[in-house]
Ligand binder design. Structure first.
Ligand SMILES: [Zn+2]
Ligand SMILES: [Zn+2]
Length: 68
């Protein structure tokens, strides 16, 4: 990783920055917070994948055991 400090290097990162990662309270996956949606009841993070599957409530709001 000798080129990490070069000025003007490529800005794109191959991995999702950890600063933007949040754990989905429905499926437990870590996804980008900016690409997810809040639970419609409590506002906790639900990932885009769950939203696509029609999920609008987190696990605890559905009465299930919350993901760790
Ligand atoms: Zn999810
Ligand atoms: Zn909720």
């Amino acid at each position: 990783m000798t080129d990490a400090n070069q000025p003007g290097g490529p800005a794109q990162e191959p991995e999702v920055p950890a600063t933007d990662a949040m754990r989905c309270r429905s499926c437990g996956n870590e996804e980008r917070a900016s690409e997810g949606y809040p639970c419609s009841r409590c506002g906790t993070f639900i990932c885009l994948i769950c939203t696509f599957r029609g999920i609008t409530l987190c696990a605890s709001c559905r009465g299930e055991t919350p993901v760790a």
